[in-house]
Design a protein around this ligand. Structure first.
Ligand SMILES: [Zn+2]
Length: 433
């Protein structure tokens, strides 16, 4: 996109923010961030929406002005939502509400900007493939993703296919590093790195699903297939169709019998040929969730809640004075964790080390940590971690508290202090950074 157009969009964002700014920001900053989003294949509308959210505008500012909301612009907790979309899937589901059996309908809708899961509390008499205009629906958040709800006051009207632009029906050709939650149908070529078969129960019926990990030259992503495509590990396939869903905050590809899967004749990409996806913190912060990426940065804070803790055996929440906020007084399960903020100059994430990684980094077992005074343990953690550089590999997710990094692998990076200082001096003597 030409620079002056981007500038216009940046000014647009600023004017929508109005006096609602959480932190001061100027048009150049906004423009720079929009540029990066676009580089990563994030649709413009979604990029603008994300920045509006980041700098403080309430979701209503940007969505109420539009008569028809594009799916990519949907935010949780909106009322009176109007959309035009195609029904990608719809399935009845038997549930029990207050002891009464009820049938609800759930599925996926898409438009040219993305897709959204929906739930209807009654039979809306539409079929897969129908284009519908839905008025007076509402949204909420379900498993870290926006969900559209169709209630008694929601109006549904069938429309012609040309009510949506024709790119709605065309899959997006892309690589794994460009995939983000809420994307419409995909067109990708990937290697199957891991594959597992699993029998699950869906609505009282037993179903076989296949899940695993896809890879290409740009990264990895988990997938779930609801149909037996005779997938085999190490094979390269072309997949057309399928959707990107968020599962526990991390994007994954989900596809069923409607997807087109073709084996591609190619030497399989082996797991060790998939490059490590090394990202700067700002890139991590811009995505709602990432699978198997690596970052490097300096610990700038060891957070409260780090150390030896007890967890609820039912829900794994941390106990406060022996009580779970949901399950009350329970026998806690011992655990050790470290929560710290890691910064690389471009941004920061809050990393949560599990017991195994905490023990490795601290050089102490959980039982040894349990014996220590909490304040002495905190001091030890600060000594070992604070201002040190670490490289982390793992998954990220973003929630209302910010971006969290859950590493499966942590390594301390030995920094050459002298070389660091020399570099800094040479930058400074060349007239500033
Ligand atoms: Zn609990």
């Amino acid at each position: 996109m030409p620079s002056e157009d981007l500038r216009k969009h940046a000014e647009d964002v600023l004017s929508l923010l109005g006096n609602d700014l959480k932190t001061p920001v100027n048009a150049d900053d906004i423009k720079g961030q929009l540029e990066r989003f676009l580089e990563y294949g994030v649709p413009l509308n979604q990029a603008k929406q994300t920045l509006l959210k980041k700098y403080g505008a309430s979701a209503s500012v940007s969505t109420q002005a539009l008569e028809i909301t594009k799916l990519t612009d949907l935010q949780p907790n909106l009322r009176s939502v109007k959309i035009i979309a195609q029904v990608v899937s719809i399935n009845p589901k038997d549930i029990t509400v207050k002891g009464e059996p009820r049938q609800i309908f759930s599925g996926i809708l898409r438009d040219e900007t993305g897709s959204v899961s929906f739930t209807s509390w009654h039979d809306i008499q539409v079929e897969r493939g129908d284009v519908v205009e839905i008025g007076n629906a509402y949204t909420n958040e379900w498993q870290d993703a926006v969900q559209l709800n169709i209630g008694n006051k929601t109006q549904i009207e069938k429309r012609d296919k040309d009510a949506l632009p024709k790119e709605t029906f065309e899959p997006t050709k892309c690589s794994i590093n460009k995939i983000h939650t809420g994307m419409g149908a995909l067109d990708i070529e990937v290697c199957i790195l891991e594959l597992q078969k699993k029998d699950v129960e869906v609505n009282g019926e037993s179903k076989t699903m296949f899940h695993g990990v896809f890879g290409d030259e740009t990264g990895k992503i988990p997938f779930t297939a609801w149909h037996d495509f005779k997938l085999k590990e190490k094979e390269t396939i072309s997949l057309i169709g399928g959707y990107v869903k968020s599962w526990r905050g991390i994007p994954q590809i989900s596809f069923d019998k409607d997807a087109k899967v073709k084996k591609v004749k190619k030497d399989g990409v082996s797991i060790d040929k998939i490059p490590e996806r090394k990202l700067r913190m700002f890139e991590v912060e811009e995505q709602s969730g990432l699978y198997d990426v690596s970052v490097e940065g300096r610990v700038i804070e060891v957070q409260q809640g780090s150390g030896f803790i007890l967890r609820c055996p039912e829900c794994k929440r941390m106990l406060l004075e022996g009580e779970c906020q949901i399950h009350g007084s329970v026998d806690g399960v011992a655990d050790l964790r470290v929560r710290c903020v890691i910064d690389d100059g471009s941004g920061s994430v809050s990393a949560i080390f599990n017991r195994e990684i905490s023990e490795m980094v601290l050089g102490k077992t959980m039982d040894e940590c349990k014996e220590m005074e909490p304040s002495a343990l905190m001091d030890l953690m600060k000594d070992i971690l604070f201002a040190k550089v670490f490289s982390l590999k793992g998954n990220t997710m973003r929630d209302r508290f910010g971006t969290r990094f859950i590493p499966h692998d942590v390594e301390k990076v030995e920094v050459d202090v002298k070389k660091d200082a020399e570099e800094l001096i040479s930058i400074l003597s060349n007239g500033g950074i």
